[in-house]
Design a protein around this ligand. Sequence first.
Ligand code: NAG
Length: 395
Amino acid sequence: MTVLPLPVIPLLIILLSISFALSPLAKAAQYSVLSYGAMPDGKTDSTKAFAAAWSQACASTQPATISVPKGSFALGQVRFQGPCKNNAILVRIDGTLVAPSDYGVLGRAQNWLIFEHVNGVTISGGTLDGQGAGLWSCKNSGKDCPSGATSLEFSNSNNIAITGLASLNSQMFHIVINACQDVKVQGVRVSAAGDSPNTDGIHVQSSTGVTILNSRIGTGDDCVSIGPGTSNLWIENVACGPGHGISIGSLGKDSQEAGVQNVTVKTTTFTGTENGVRIKTWGRPSNGFARNILFQHAVMTNVKNPIVIDQNYCPGEENCPGQFSGVKISDVTYQDIHGSSATEIAVKFDCSKKYPCAGIKLEDVKLTYKNQQAEAACSNAGGVASGLVQPTSCL
Ligand SMILES: *[C@@H]1O[C@H](CO)[C@@H](O)[C@H](O)[C@H]1NC(C)=O
């Protein structure tokens, strides 16, 4: 062992204590929502207490932790607004946040909990209960209903992490990442009824550098939906079902639209879903695109459309019949996708007549229908197949 000369030792101690003081663990300012009047009784409206804890944490010039202890907190809309005076806010949730069950309260508000213009926010743990069942039954009865609130949204924000969060029964989308950079969603669980309308699990749009890992999503719409302007998205180890699959789209709704590129979807399972991996575009003019997409290592169990590109989306048959999608789809690879289709057509590429899909690759794809050969259907799709591909490629 080295023996340090005596005068060096006090100096080391001073240096160590300075670095300890500067490390986030040592000095995070603590804000418990209980100190601002939140009540874990599931009844008392804690909206103001959460907003107050946020404004203190956001105004702190050092890293801050907001803690939400065990128990159930009734919350109306909370806007967690930045920019903040620090860039390390941890929201540690041990309890459950509960939205109003009356959809009259938030149904037209678009958002329940929204973070805007923040940098360096982590949400860890906790359960969000959107209590959406009332709105779903309104929508399912065909009545005129409000569109509903997204449970959790990050908008115009950077360096965000969401880990170990459960989101249940949102009125509308469960989690939205909009206009953000560098977002890590990890160990999240989304759960809503298979027939709940518009309850997408995680929706990403206009964002770059989003990663979604190790998550389980069962809902009534897309497990993950990927909107215009998404790039460098990585999805890995996600289980989907019930739900409508992992979807790029809908794209090309607008004539001027940002494209989607560099998306990786790997190691996923789809169980009893409407779709597996899907790209969906409106059948009308647009300058949008989807390129450099990789779907790798997927297991399908009883999935209606395991592999699908649909460029003729035209809900209500309004403003698109007879037109062709302007969205250019290219360089899409399907690698090691196997399992069972719930319909005879397991692979469907229904591409734009004006801009055919180009550079589609099928590699080691094996999908069966009732333990027999399934079928593939192509229109306006170009590409290559390699390895074992069943059903036989129609490219
Ligand atoms: C594609 O996205 C990944 C992250 O998902 C990133 O690491 C990689 O650098 C991106 N590639 C390009 C060419 O931008």
